[in-house]
Design a binder for this molecule. Structure first.
Ligand code: ADP
Ligand code: MG
Length: 651
């Protein structure tokens, strides 16, 4: 049933924010900067920009509202457009990576924090916005953290230069208010009370050893006892886990009693159209079960969610500037995350949250997660900052990242040729071009180097695939067959050419879905890669880069890849004389011991290649190189002579 305009207006009037709108608008008029804290569901994100616009407080400018996640920016903009009874892309629009749905008439613009940061490159004063709302501030993504500084500086400079003033509103459900307040010159803090619907919280009585198993058990217990129009939202940590649980649910559903089930996955690497399927209503009498990562944790409203099942875990990346290795660990989430997740059940009706961990466990958790800026690689953020004219060493950040991670990232940018110096850096001509690609600097460097190697056609495909999640689909119960089928794509040169073979074959296949199934490939991830390729191609056209193909001359592809990834080389320990069975014994340029990941096409290669180029370094029980190719040692000298010399001196 489609909601009518009257229904939507009635729903608006019920929201806590609407009830205090006059007081709120007074405060917004009065203050240049303010912090707004309101419980989840109070109507901050959908209502406040509308209220501001109804009073035309934005004047001749536009209201920008940032969201940490693209799916939130899109769905919220759609909701607000519906509430305002207007088409999306007119008065209300959104802008996310690879998609801009706005027009010159747009007055309320929802966008990801990353997109606003990109806009700051073109105009560091963000002059077209009269009001900037930084939403979900407590999530502390790197982009939001950097934006705090950008808007603070822009506000001051616009005032100093007597330009149109900038109003800043920081919004959040729960956050460490004192820190923020101090950062924003002791600005006023407004508290909004009352959530829309109550959510009953249940905790496990006992500790659960296997949260996936516990989640599936809970799903079917609830499935047997609740009406079919109660949809479930289950929080898991990542794509693979979601796919495993999805498979298990479908298997058990065949035997189980209860209404029919529709299972929908929701994770960042899913193509946009698939993500939006989550918002489609299931047929009457069917239960929708959404399996999501923490991208559904905050901001979004998925109607009809009655039960949240919270495994209580998140996958967290931490990066070491010293070795360049990333550690991907499943950890207990924060208390703030627990409240946000539970809040998803009370958005359109009263609901319940089932926590698969004990109440004592919950109380022992940290209040907030460690801000991302303290634990992630900073090269792409620093590139944007420098592109926006900021000086990294004096830029005001709420939390200062570890000095060695800043240093490592600046060194990388210097070595990639993006900046002229690590001290008081300025962008080079190449650096400026690099900053226009919404991808890691090392990848944009590869694309910019490709015309020289006559292989931009190949590199666009490869970088698109590397920007997506795993394209191989290896179901547990058909492992051996999947590995056998994979053989036909394998290249003796390694994983990059193997991926290229897969992508080329995918593009040629007429019935893609069926073909992927037969070849144990992930159709969704390959489709996503095609989308990314299109977008990257458009940027290359704008930069006037020549798109040509090197055909079968794969050496060209690897040399070109090395232009961006030359810092990711590893040498066999003890040199080529190391002999057979040494897939586990490499040492990286930074001196870290690393092993070839067993899933690599080169894992079984004998003799083991003396020099490797890896895409990622991941630490679990040991440090693994992921997505790897064999390279000729002299290539490194040709592509990055200075770096090669330094490496040799160090080794
Ligand atoms: P907040 O930002 O304070 O958490 P929002 O402004 O996002 O709250 O949403 C407020 C309320 O508006 C939700 O709790 C829900 O009742 C309603 N709402 C928002 N988006 C939708 C939607 N897409 N479909 C149905 N109801 C929605
Ligand atoms: Mg919100």
């Amino acid at each position: 049933v489609k909601e009518t305009v009257q229904d939507l207006q009635e729903a608006r009037r019920q929201l806590p924010v609407y009830m205090v709108r006059n007081r709120l608008l007074e405060e917004i008029k009065k203050n240049d900067t303010m912090i707004l804290i309101g419980e989840t569901g109070s109507g901050k994100t959908t209502q406040i920009p509308q209220l501001i616009h109804e009073q035309r407080l934005e004047g001749a400018g536009t209201i920008a509202v940032t969201q940490p996640r693209r799916v939130a920016a899109i769905t919220i903009a759609m909701r607000v457009a519906a509430e305002m009874n207007t088409d999306i892309g007119s008065i209300v629009g959104y802008s996310v990576r690879f998609e801009d749905v706005t027009s010159p008439r747009t007055k309320v613009k929802y966008l990801t924090d990353g997109m606003l940061l990109r806009e700051a490159i073109l105009d560091p004063l963000l002059k077209k916005y009269s009001i900037i709302v930084l939403d979900e501030a407590h999530e502390r993504t790197v982009s939001t953290d950097v934006l705090f500084g950008i808007v603070k500086l822009a506000q001051k400079e616009r005032a100093d230069k007597k330009l149109n003033p900038l109003k800043i509103i920081i919004m959040s459900a729960t956050m460490d208010v004192d820190t923020f307040r101090k950062y924003f010159h002791n600005c006023p803090v407004i508290y909004l009370e009352g959530r829309t619907f109550p959510v009953t919280i249940y905790h496990s009585k006992m500790k659960q050893d296997d949260y996936q198993y516990a989640a599936v058990c809970t799903i079917f217990q609830l499935h047997a006892t609740t009406p079919a129009n109660h949809d479930f939202l289950v929080f898991l940590t990542g794509q693979e886990e979601i796919e495993t649980v999805m498979y298990n649910i479908k298997q058990i559903a065949k035997e189980a009693t209860g209404p029919p089930i529709r299972v929908c996955p929701l994770y960042a690497g899913l193509p946009a159209a698939k993500q939006l399927q989550v918002w489609r209503e299931a047929p009457p009498g069917t239960r929708k079960i959404i399996l999501a990562t923490n991208i559904a944790e905050a901001s979004v409203t998925i109607p009809r969610i009655k039960c949240v099942i919270d495994t209580g875990v998140v996958k967290e990346r931490t990066w070491s500037g010293g070795t360049g290795a990333e550690r991907l660990a499943v950890r207990a989430g924060s208390q703030a995350a627990g409240w946000q997740r539970a809040g998803r059940a009370g958005r359109t009706q009263p609901g319940a949250a089932y926590r698969l961990f004990t109440a004592d466990d919950f109380r022992s958790r940290p209040l907030h997660q460690t801000p991302e800026i303290l634990r992630c690689p900073l090269a792409s953020t620093l590139l944007l900052l420098i592109a926006a004219g900021a000086e990294p060493s004096t830029f005001p950040l709420i939390d200062t990242p570890p000095p060695d991670s800043v240093k490592a990232s600046l060194t990388l940018l210097k070595e990639l040729g993006a900046i002229d110096s690590e001290v008081n850096p300025k962008l080079t001509v190449i650096g400026k071009k690099m900053s226009t690609f919404p991808i890691e600097p090392k990848y944009s460097k590869v694309l910019l180097s490709a015309p020289e190697y006559n292989c931009l056609d190949e590199m666009l495909s490869l970088i698109a695939v590397l920007s997506s999640e795993n394209v191989f689909h290896t179901p547990m119960h058909k492992r051996e067959e999947a590995i056998k089928v994979k053989q036909k794509f394998l290249s003796p040169l390694g994983d990059h050419i193997t991926l290229l073979n897969v992508f080329k074959a995918f593009c040629k296949a007429p019935l893609k879905k069926q073909w992927c199934k037969e070849n144990y490939l992930n159709h969704k991830n390959l489709t996503y890669a095609c989308e990314v390729r299109q977008q990257l191609l458009a940027i290359c056209h704008k930069l006037n880069l020549t798109v040509s193909s090197c055909g079968q001359a794969y050496d060209q592809v690897l040399k070109c890849l090395l232009c961006g990834l030359f810092t990711n080389c590893a040498w066999q320990r003890g040199g080529a004389a190391g002999g057979a069975g040494v897939a586990g014994r490499y040492v990286t340029a930074a001196g870290a011991a690393a092993a070839l990941h067993p899933a690599s096409a080169l894992h079984a290669a004998r003799p083991a290649p003396p020099v490797l180029l890896y895409t990622e370094l991941l630490s679990t029980s040991r440090t693994y190189m992921l997505t790897v190719s064999a390279i000729q040692p002299q290539w490194l000298h040709q592509v990055a002579p200075e770096y090669a010399r330094r490496c040799r001196a160090n080794r």
